[in-house]
Design a protein around this ligand. Structure first.
Ligand code: MG
Length: 397
């Protein structure tokens, strides 16, 4: 048996030697969604309607491909021009080469699109070796605690239209096994409303008791004084963190907020600049815990740099957003890290049914509130290619 394994390993090593990228492509397919968008782009329940999803594919000279659900034809075209002929296992020079495109042509290589290329490369590396990405990165755990992350507030009866609605939904989530719950409160056109934000947080704390971790993601354009008023109220309610109460481009405002209250601020989320920006926030004391999501920083490779940065500063690191690639990062973190963000959830939406292109739910929550780290090779997603082909809008190109 050991001879067979050695031969198999030698075969993989031989395949990896001299492998090159031959193409970067996308396809598009339709699916039915029950989530619509408000003026700011936040998701809310909506009547069933058709949406289009893309998949990015990186082809290689050995006939093995890497995939990522997401990306755009423009990103694929830019990447094709720049990385065909390169070794798909050399993720670092590929990432830096593509990241530098952001300076003069940011549209094609926004961090969330750059992430499609980097994650597809990790998917390829995992498929080549037969291992999930988190084990190639330095695996640390096989499951992670999840938190229930709500949609933003609305005016839907029985939805998220009042503090009581948030409290009722929190009780439902706790009954399912969740040990933590994050409110996204009212954004435009339903808010903002500082007092109602606090009332919702108080109602939830009252409903779930003292042992459930609670977090708040409010309106993102409060003033310093409003953010401080909110932060101090959440201290009283023993909240675990607050995120993005102000525009994140003013790092000084976040330093000021952290100096004037003790509630941990989790950030940045939307500020551009990947690990460079996270380093500045940590050094300046602009956050109590840092955060990274693969779509926010351009993939798994830069996300792990933020994880290691946090480890170096004894700082917690929250992984923003869900999906297979973020789960692989959570499975690889050597520091405890924070929880998996499951959502965005709403009393009227079956979140798991929103991804009909996957054969298995990627992030099922067990009765203890944990989500398993996907163990399949690469990102560990089991794409339903029959569904994709049956609903094809545009084939690989
Ligand atoms: Mg947020």
């Amino acid at each position: 048996m050991s001879d067979q394994l050695a031969a198999a390993a030698a075969h993989v090593a031989e395949a990896a030697r001299g492998v090159t990228i031959t193409d970067v492509q996308t396809l598009a397919f339709n699916y039915q969604s029950c989530v619509g968008r408000d003026d700011e782009g936040h998701g809310h329940p909506a009547p069933a309607h058709t949406k289009t999803q893309t998949i990015t594919r990186i082809r290689t000279s050995i006939g093995l491909d890497g995939y990522f659900v997401g990306g755009t034809p423009e990103t694929a075209a830019t990447a094709r021009r720049m990385i065909v002929g390169m070794d798909p296992l050399l993720r670092e020079p590929i990432w830096h080469k593509l990241q530098q495109v952001q300076r003069l042509d940011p549209r094609a290589m926004l961090d969330r699109y750059l992430a499609a290329i980097d994650c597809a490369l990790w998917d390829f590396a995992g498929k080549l070796t037969g291992l999930p990405a988190h084990k190639l990165l330095g695996g640390s755990r096989e499951k992670v605690p999840a938190y229930a992350s709500t949609m933003c507030g609305d005016d839907i009866p029985g939805g998220l239209g009042s503090p009581e609605d948030y409290a009722n939904f929190a009780k439902q989530c706790v009954a399912q096994g969740y040990k933590a719950y994050k409110l996204h409160t009212w954004m435009s056109p339903y808010g903002p409303n500082l007092k109602r934000d606090i009332a919702a947080c108080a109602a939830v704390r009252d409903a779930v008791g003292p042992d459930i971790k609670l977090m708040l993601d409010p309106h993102h354009h409060y003033s310093r004084e409003e953010a401080l008023y909110l932060g101090r109220a959440l201290e009283e309610l023993d909240f675990y963190w607050m995120e993005e109460p102000m525009d994140e481009h003013s790092t000084s405002s976040y330093v000021w907020l952290c100096q004037n209250q003790t509630l941990p601020i989790c950030g940045p989320e939307t500020a551009e600049g990947q690990f460079y920006t996270r380093a500045e926030w940590i050094v300046r004391g602009a956050a109590g815990l840092s955060r990274v999501g693969i779509s926010d920083v351009g993939g798994i490779s830069p996300a792990m740099k933020v994880v290691h940065l946090c480890e170096s500063f004894h700082m917690r690191c929250e992984v923003h957003g869900g999906g297979a690639a973020n789960l692989q990062v959570l499975g690889a973190m050597g520091i405890p890290g924070e929880m998996y963000e499951k959502g965005l959830l709403h009393p009227h939406v079956d979140f798991d049914a929103e991804k009909p292109w996957l054969k298995d739910v990627i992030d099922p929550v067990d009765s203890d509130g944990n989500v398993p780290i996907p163990q399949g090779p690469g990102l560990g997603e089991n794409i339903d290619w029959d569904f994709v082909k049956d609903n094809l809008v545009r084939d690989w190109a």
